[in-house]
Design a protein around this ligand. Structure first.
Ligand code: IPE
Ligand code: IPE
Ligand code: MG
Length: 245
């Protein structure tokens, strides 16, 4: 699989909606948290897979603003798992030259999560091979509203005029201001929806949905997604004839 990937046509940024942990556990007759625990290996595999291929940015949807509405035990379990995983994985991130960052409103995460995240981000800040962005307490609409609020405040203070607001200025007020838009968005578990992920940034992303449940997702599945991406023609509103070199 990996051999047929064209190294000259790789996405720079892959975003993933990691879905299906609960169903994976249910199929095994286990509690949902068992699925979340088994999701970590998929995260490791995909991170390593991206680094090996030279993909510069990987963004993982780990917890949405809507996920707070789940049963408290599951939310607590997820937060605990997040703390443990960050602590345990920082060494491997450094070894693989991966820089960790987050998008979303981290202030609402438990204090221990915030502390461990801050430490892991500090410890990996100098790494440059791959930027791994975890979307935590994130939603696309939240992010867009936050950007609008900041720009409205600047306009009200007379620091910018409303006419100055264009795509680039708006995008610079999003959480993702330091990362390019994803060329490829993967969603596992067969669901055909975006669930409030990167709404602004995926305007022209190629969408790849697979029935594989996230805990089963491995490098070979990543390679399949990239190969499917490379077979697409990205026209950006033009016609096919205009796209030929
Ligand atoms: C994705 O798996 C993980 C999170 C949303 C945190 P789910 O927990 O949504 O699993 P399903 O969709 O119920 O199978
Ligand atoms: C999307 O999955 C959020 C994350 C993967 C973190 P959900 O399981 O929450 O999405 P819906 O509710 O099925 O749309
Ligand atoms: Mg789900």
């Amino acid at each position: 699989m990996k051999e047929i990937i064209d190294p000259n046509n790789l996405p720079q940024h892959i975003a993933v909606i990691m879905d299906g942990n609960g169903r994976w556990a249910k199929k095994k007759g286990a509690a949902r948290i068992f699925g979340h625990r088994n999701a970590i290996q998929a995260v490791r595999d995909v991170t390593e897979g991206c680094a090996e291929l030279g993909i510069g940015y990987l963004t993982l949807y780990a917890f949405s603003t809507e996920n707070w509405a789940r049963p408290k035990a599951e939310v607590d379990g997820l937060m605990e798992l997040l703390v443990q995983t960050i602590r345990k994985e920082t060494k491997t991130l450094i070894k693989n030259k991966v820089k960790l960052q987050t998008i979303g409103d981290a202030d609402r995460l438990p204090e221990s999560c915030q502390e461990n995240l801050r430490k892991a981000m500090e410890d990996t800040a100098d790494q440059e091979r791959l930027t791994l962005t975890l979307a935590l307490n994130y939603s696309g609409r939240w992010e867009i509203v936050e950007a609008a609020k900041k720009l409205a405040a600047l306009a009200a203070e007379g620091k910018i005029s409303p006419d100055q607001i264009d795509h680039d200025l708006f995008a610079s007020y999003l959480n993702t201001n330091n990362i390019p838009d994803p060329e490829l968005l993967i969603r596992t578990s067969g669901e055909m929806r975006i669930s409030n992920f990167l709404l602004w940034q995926i305007a022209y992303s190629e969408l790849y949905m697979t029935d594989v449940l996230w805990p089963d997702f491995r490098k070979k599945d990543l390679h399949e997604a990239i190969i499917a991406y490379q077979r697409r023609e990205r026209r950006f509103g033009k016609i096919s004839e205009q796209m030929k070199p």
